[in-house]
Design a protein around this ligand. Structure first.
Ligand code: HEC
Length: 153
């Protein structure tokens, strides 16, 4: 093998190796950092559907406030409050047993904060409302940083 071939070969290996370092490594690191909760396919779908409702509420709250429609914002904040948890726990007792204690605590606190936010929305003081919303969203962020959900095989 001549020198040029050798160089090309080494370059190729170096390239693949560094590409893998940047592309593959961080991905596995991020996955490893989160605690995985195993649920059945149906239970996972139920939790994710509830999550999408939470995002819808946040969107409609911000939309309502931006349009000066505080009643709309109030209704959506209430819809993600403790009432949502009570409805879920009435039908999904086994699911609740499978969720780690800290996860449930963070979840309940988030729902309670939606109820608190609903009360603050009534004040129509935008800065106070935004302050509550920022607090509430920090819970979404910290839970998403900590947990992931996978379907049991
Ligand atoms: C107690 C923990 C927890 C809290 C609090 C929480 N989430 Fe989640 N959420 C999760 C987990 C776990 C997943 C699944 C992530 C994964 O498996 O990668 C998820 C997924 C989602 C998804 C994706 C749904 C899908 O169909 O894939 C959305 C949207 C979402 N959450 C929105 C929110 C919003 C908005 C809030 C706050 C108002 C919130 N979540 C609060 C734990 C939480």
């Amino acid at each position: 093998m001549n020198r040029n071939w050798m160089r090309a070969f080494l370059f190729f290996y170096f390239f693949v190796f560094s590409a893998c370092f940047f592309v593959c490594k961080p991905k596995t690191k991020i996955e490893d950092r989160r605690v995985v909760i195993f649920l059945t396919k149906e239970e996972r779908e139920l939790v994710l559907r509830e999550m999408r409702e939470l995002l819808r509420s946040v969107h409609m709250i911000i939309y309502g406030i931006s349009m000066g429609d505080y009643d709309l914002a109030y209704l959506y904040a209430k819809s993600s409050g403790m009432e949502m948890v009570n409805k879920l726990s009435a039908v999904e007792k086994t699911l609740l047993l499978k969720l780690p204690g800290d996860f449930k605590k963070l979840g309940f606190e988030t729902h309670k904060q939606f109820d608190e936010l609903a009360e603050v929305i009534k004040s129509r003081e935008n800065q106070k409302i935004m302050n509550n919303l920022a607090n509430l969203l920090s819970r979404c962020v910290s839970c998403h940083d900590t947990y992931s959900i996978q379907a049991e095989k």
